[in-house]
Design a protein. Structure first.
Lengths: 311, 368
């Protein structure tokens, strides 16, 4: 096994680690807004599945991955709207409504795939864009600056969402609604409107995460292509303490574990495939367990808002 | 008419309205896909009640649904949301198969109870892990059970492809991932010759009554429901909340594990790929549709058993993918939880509200 971890392989592992962080980042940053506003959307996985299918199918039909992304964003917004209707307007129990949304998205993406596509079909997905100059830096260039647009977008969203959440007045409203909805309501901030907005944004980002898997990574659609990443993204929000930088750290941790895990398979190291695949799920549980006791959460998380009662 | 009867009638009407709403939305998707929803639904609803085959196959699906649903009732009533039944089914199935295939000469009177015990225990341990993580480390049980599902699935596949694969599959070189057949003395007896209907359905029905007695007529069951209704108040009353959370998840996992055992001993006679067949999720829907009551879950499990069968028949007859049933089930969940808003009756899902992350929020919430 000597010489297997040389610099070329390190570049492949690390570049894949950066690329694979994309779906976690996108979905988790979206869910961060949702939870900051006091809603707990467990349907992320279902929205990701819908985003994965719609992005793939639109690319297949329209011939352009950019249009595929646009369509998946619309689908994600609609899924977010559905969750908002159920959890904000109808004040349904959020854990169970999330499971409903997950089953709905899971079933619908599978149904539409079978009705419209049927078998394995590949599409021309997003192409890698080398950043001029930066990509020619030895080692760092190919690791960081040779990816498709969605990868760059996901990483740029970290500071951008940080700014929106902590420096903009809308972000202040989101945090107020998630912590003290009664107070926000008294000051004339619409709790319902903010939560709708957050769920729609969260839905769009989750769908984008799904679209990345089909048109930015695999260039095809398969059942269960999301493989629990939507749920891991929710865990990352918790692990990252509802902050973009914490989420970035967690996403990289997971994507590197993912990347090493797939390298174990590629390099043919004699280790059962099934046991390697289990790694990210075990890491998720461990990450949640060690977050114990040092976690602050939005105070109104999971509580439907009813004017005139104290949450 | 007394008020109790009226209340039940009202709930049944609301549930049927939720189902009708889900079917209507489902029909819209079929129309969009240029399929004929009337033709599809005709097959889906008439198929399961048409003949002996339909009715027995419905009940074959009811057995695991009811067992999983009973586990869901126990856990949800105790305030813990278990969506790990898929993994718990697999844990029960593989445990039962391993014991059954390794003791082929033991008489059925001893081996069958042993297989049920081991399978139930495997499920209970798999569920109990999530309960322990929730009670002692505040790990959100929804996330941990999803992760445990994925882990169980991979371990299960590893075992039926590797260490536990049927030796015949290896010697013939076919390599289908499935274990050897369990000895015939522990196959559940057939209730109607010539059909697949087995005695597992009777076992599930008896358990439904037992779970009802347990939750409403014993002090342990009372304490578990008290924890579900309000952990702080329960703690104040001297109830050891942590212990009952672990117990609830272990019992829920045990029920799902037994569903796995019933599938192995009653239907497949071995562990194979796709054994859990989505029962872990459909069981949640059945339990919600049964208003989280063990006896209410019985008709709900029969209804959803029929719908699952109907969806398979629909796929064969009019070529509409069986994935349709998952869409309908998801919509049913969304409609049922939404309808609570309009009912506001005690004993509904209202008592489950806002358990998510509560342990942590209470400690130091409030910072902005």
């Amino acid at each position: 096994m000597d010489g297997i971890i040389n610099s070329e392989i390190m570049i492949i592992i690390l570049a894949a680690g950066i690329r694979l962080a994309t779906p976690y980042l996108l979905a988790a940053l979206g869910e961060m807004f949702v939870q900051r506003s006091g809603v707990y959307n467990l349907g992320v996985e279902g929205i990701m599945m819908m985003g994965a299918f719609s992005g793939f199918y639109a690319t297949l039909q329209l011939g352009s991955p950019l249009l595929g992304i646009a369509v998946s964003l619309v689908v994600g917004a609609l899924m977010g709207l559905l969750m908002a209707l159920v959890s904000v307007t109808f004040k349904a129990e959020q854990g169970i409504s999330g499971i409903g949304l997950y089953m709905f998205g899971w079933g619908l993406s599978g149904l539409l795939f079978r009705l419209y596509v049927g078998g394995i079909t590949s599409v021309e997905g997003l192409k890698a864009v080398k950043v001029p100059l930066l990509s020619s830096i030895p080692f760092l260039g190919p690791v960081l600056f040779d990816h498709n647009g969605l990868v760059y977008t996901a990483f740029l969203l970290v500071p951008v969402t940080g700014f929106i959440l902590f420096k903009s007045s809308w972000g202040l409203n989101v945090r107020a609604v998630g912590n003290k909805p009664e107070a926000a309501d008294t000051l004339g901030v619409s709790v319902v409107l903010i939560r709708y907005q957050c769920l729609i944004v969260g839905g769009m980002l989750a769908a984008l995460a799904g679209a990345f898997l089909t048109i930015g990574q695999a260039n095809m659609y398969a059942d269960n292509i999301t493989a629990g990443r939507g749920f891991i993204a929710i865990a990352l929000v918790y692990f990252g303490r509802w902050s973009p930088w914490g989420i970035l750290l967690g996403s990289l941790l997971f994507s590197l574990a993912d990347s090493f895990q797939s390298m174990v398979q590629v390099l043919g190291i004699n280790f059962p495939y099934e046991l390697a695949v289990v790694l990210p799920y075990m890491v998720t549980i461990i990450a949640l367990a060690i977050s114990y006791g040092r976690v602050w959460a939005p105070a109104a998380l999971g509580k439907p808002f009813q004017r005139g009662t104290r949450g | 008419m007394n008020t109790k009867f009226r209340q039940v009638l009202k709930q049944v009407l609301v549930l049927l309205a939720a189902l009708a709403g889900a079917l209507l939305v489902g029909a819209l998707f079929l129309l969009l896909a240029k399929s004929d929803p009337i033709k599809a639904y005709t097959v889906m609803f008439s198929g399961p009640v048409n003949d002996k085959y339909g009715i027995t196959e419905t009940l074959v699906r009811t057995a695991p649904l009811l067992l999983v649903g009973l586990g869901i009732v126990i856990s949800f009533r105790s305030g813990i949301i278990n969506i790990g039944a898929e993994g718990q089914i697999l844990a029960g199935a593989i445990g039962a198969t391993a014991v059954g295939t390794s003791l082929p000469d033991m008489p059925g009177v001893i081996l069958l109870p042993l297989v049920f015990l081991v399978g139930g225990l495997c499920g209970a341990i798999w569920g109990g892990i999530a309960g322990w993580l929730k009670a002692h480390l505040s790990v959100n049980e929804i996330l941990s059970t999803v992760m445990l599902n994925q882990i169980a699935f991979q371990l299960y596949m590893f075992l039926i492809r590797g260490p536990l694969i049927d030796p015949q599959e290896v010697s013939y070189g076919t390599g289908v991932p499935q274990t050897a057949i369990i000895p015939a003395q522990i196959w559940l007896s057939k209730l109607i010759p010539g059909t697949r209907l087995h005695s597992g359905i009777i076992f599930a029905l008896i358990l439904a009554v037992l779970v009802y007695i347990f939750l409403w007529r014993t002090s342990i069951g009372y304490r578990m429901r008290a924890v579900g209704a309000g952990p702080e108040a329960a703690r104040y009353a001297g109830i050891r909340v942590e212990w009952y959370l672990v117990l609830a998840m272990a019992l829920a996992g045990g029920m799902a594990g037994l569903a796995g055992v019933v599938e192995v001993t009653g239907v497949h006679h071995r562990s194979l790929e796709g054994l859990s067949a989505g029962y872990g999720f459909s069981g949640i829907v059945a339990a919600l549709f049964g208003r989280l009551h063990p006896l209410g879950t019985i008709p709900a499990a029969i209804l959803f058993g029929a719908l699952l069968l109907g969806a398979e028949m629909m796929q064969r007859a009019v070529n509409i993918p069986a994935a349709m049933i998952m869409v309908i089930q998801g919509l049913v969940v969304l409609f049922v939880v939404s309808s609570d808003h309009f009912q506001r009756n005690p004993g509904s899902l209202a008592q489950l509200k806002a358990k998510v992350f509560r342990g942590n929020v209470d400690k130091e919430g409030g910072e902005l």
